[in-house]
Each structure stands twice: as structure tokens, then as C-alpha cells.
Design a protein around this ligand. Structure first.
Ligand SMILES: [Fe+2]
Ligand SMILES: [Fe+2]
Length: 338
């Protein structure tokens, strides 16, 4: 080795040592607790939750498709629901949601009103056009998505929203399942066709059995987050209300979820809701399209942040179209148990 080469070699060695020393100085200059926070903040799984869109039907409905329970739903839409469930603020909420760049968004059913193909296709297209790819949305159906026996048995919801329904096998049996960061998303189907004026839900025994198998195999490092349309508790104070609108046989499900640091996300009741059922946090979100003007029901989405230890915090973000503003507050400061 010549003298020049030897000098170059020594210079390179010195610059490597300088770099190492500089890195060491930076590490010691940043306090340990701030370094810890930086690690934690990049180690969070964020889940947003929306539900119950009930968007009005924009095109005329053929008479033959109305000869069913749909005539009642149509009347409700025309004289009641259609006045406050609006497409424009819903789409504004979707645009805002996608900008938040959460790990994934969970949508808990009642996407449409009458389970018409046109309604499903229109909404699926809306999700696509707002940038909700397969990794950004996790769906389950609600009772309005099973509004007629035909829609249920043909699997119309499953056909239109297949992109966002991660069935574990080719048979397309619920629960759906997807792992996202610290969370295992488990989608239950509580929705089934019912006769006129009934919207009650149920969880078939075979779904409960498959859920048991999933939970048995689940890694302890993952928090199970159950997405379901009907809330797993009694709604209202009268048995008639529960029969017409509530979920049957929710007790075995809630018993199964105890001591698993589980979280349940539901829709159906269209109000903000936050309660503990044993040691399970159960969170409901208002409709994502209901510009009704009162804070319990105003259109909103929830945001949940998970770390390795489980759920860290939850907030609700409401959209107020008149002022064109979004406000976010901790969920437990505003929630009302019903
Ligand atoms: Fe609903
Ligand atoms: Fe519902």
C-alpha cells in the first residue's frame, strides 16, 4: 500500500468513527422518556368506526320491488329518515376520514335502507371513489342490508362489498377476520331478515362456535375487536322494544369475551354510546349521515387508538355542515348509556 492509499484509508476510518460518535452524542442528548414516546407514537394502531348510513334512494324504484316490507321502509324514508340522512355531509365525512390515514375504518352495517341492488352498488362505488381500498375498510351487514328474504339468501350485501369482507375460507362464513397492527378485527353478522316492523338481531350458534375457535387460537399480543351491528345489551326498558329492535341471546357472547381485553363496536341505535359490560368496552357510534342537529345523534365517527397493551383512548368526531366544522372530544366525556 502506497503512502497516499494509506492516508485515504485512515481518513475513511476516522469519518466512520466520527459518525458513530455523532450518533452517540445525539442519543445521549435526547432524554430517554422522549425517545420512548417517539417509539410508542409510531407503534399505535388507529381504528375509525362509522355506521348506519341509510342514504336516500336517488333513482325511481320499480313497483314490483316495492311489493314487500320495502313499502314501509320507503314510507319511512320519504316522510322521516330521508329528511336528515343526507348524502352530501356523509361524503364530506368520508373525505375527512380518509385524510386521517387511520390503520383501518370499521363500518358496522345499515349501509342502505331497502337492500336494493342500486343502493348497494352506489355505496360501493362511493367507497371506491373516496379511496377506501381493501386494506382501509372492514364491513359487516346490518338489518337494513337484509331487508328482504331475497336480498339475504342471494347474499346481495356480500356480493357488493366483497372487497371489504375478509372471510377466512371459500365458504364465506362469518365471522370475518383481519389482523391490523395490535388488533384482530372479528366481524360478526347479527343481521337477519325479519317481518314488518321488526329489526331484531341474533347471533347463530355456529358463529359463536367459530368465534370461540378464533379466540382460542388468538395471539395474546392482539386485542380482539368485535364488529357487530346490534348492540350486545338490552335496549330500552321494555321487553317489547328488545323483541322488536334488540339483539337476542347476547349473554353467551359477552360471557365469552370477558377477560380477553376485548372491545365491541356496534351501530343500530344511532346514538353515541360507551359502556362497560363486565370488563368489555362496548362502543356505539351515531349514524354517519344524520344531520339532525343534536349532539347525541349528530353524524360522527369514532377513533380508537390501540397499543400493545390494548385500547388506549377513544374519541368522537362530529361534523356540523352549517359551520363546515369537525369537533373531536374524548368519547367518555360525551357518551350516554342507554
Ligand atoms: Fe340503522
Ligand atoms: Fe339497524
Amino acid at each position: 500500500m502506497s503512502v497516499k492509499n494509506s492516508i485515504d484509508f485512515i481518513k475513511k476510518k476516522i469519518s466512520v468513527y466520527e459518525l458513530r460518535i455523532a450518533l452517540l452524542l445525539v442519543r445521549t442528548a435526547v432524554p430517554w422518556h422522549i425517545r420512548g414516546m417517539q417509539i410508542k407514537s409510531s407503534n399505535i394502531t388507529t381504528i375509525t368506526h362509522i355506521s348506519d348510513f341509510h342514504l336516500p334512494v336517488s333513482s325511481p324504484i320499480p313497483l314490483r320491488k316495492m311489493l314487500s316490507k320495502r313499502i314501509l321502509g320507503w314510507a319511512n324514508l320519504k316522510f322521516n329518515r330521508g329528511k336528515t340522512h343526507l348524502r352530501e355531509p356523509f361524503e364530506k365525512l368520508l373525505s375527512h376520514l380518509i385524510e386521517q390515514d387511520a390503520s383501518i375504518c370499521v363500518a358496522t352495517g345499515d349501509f342502505v335502507n331497502l337492500a336494493l341492488d342500486e343502493e348497494f352498488a352506489n355505496l360501493a362505488q362511493t367507497f371506491h371513489s373516496h379511496g377506501f381500498s381493501a386494506d382501509k375498510l372492514f364491513c359487516i351487514p346490518g338489518n337494513h342490508d337484509r331487508y328482504t328474504p331475497g336480498a339475504q339468501y342471494r347474499g346481495d350485501f356480500e356480493r357488493h362489498f366483497a372487497t371489504w369482507l375478509p372471510f377466512p375460507g371459500p365458504k364465506k362464513q362469518y365471522p370475518t377476520y383481519k389482523e391490523v397492527g395490535h388488533v384482530a378485527l372479528i366481524g360478526l353478522n347479527t343481521a337477519t331478515w325479519r317481518g314488518p316492523i321488526r329489526a331484531a338481531g341474533r347471533l347463530p350458534k355456529r358463529q359463536l362456535h367459530r368465534l370461540t375457535e378464533i379466540l382460542t387460537r388468538l395471539s395474546p399480543s392482539l386485542t380482539p375487536v368485535i364488529a357487530m351491528h346490534h348492540p350486545p345489551f338490552a335496549i330500552g326498558t321494555h321487553a317489547v322494544k328488545q323483541y322488536l329492535d334488540g339483539m337476542q341471546r347476547y349473554a353467551p357472547l359477552m360471557a365469552l369475551l370477558q377477560q380477553r381485553k376485548a372491545v365491541v363496536l356496534h351501530g343500530h341505535i344511532h346514538v353515541v354510546s360507551d359502556r362497560m359490560v363486565g370488563d368489555v368496552r362496548v362502543l356505539g357510534v351515531p349514524s354517519a349521515s344524520n344531520n339532525v342537529g343534536n349532539s347525541e345523534k349528530q353524524l360522527a365517527y369514532n377513533t380508537l387508538r390501540f397499543g400493545p397493551e390494548g385500547l388506549r383512548d377513544a374519541t368522537i368526531t362530529r361534523y356540523w355542515p352549517k359551520r363546515d366544522t369537525f369537533d373531536t372530544i374524548p368519547l367518555n366525556e360525551t357518551a350516554r348509556s342507554i
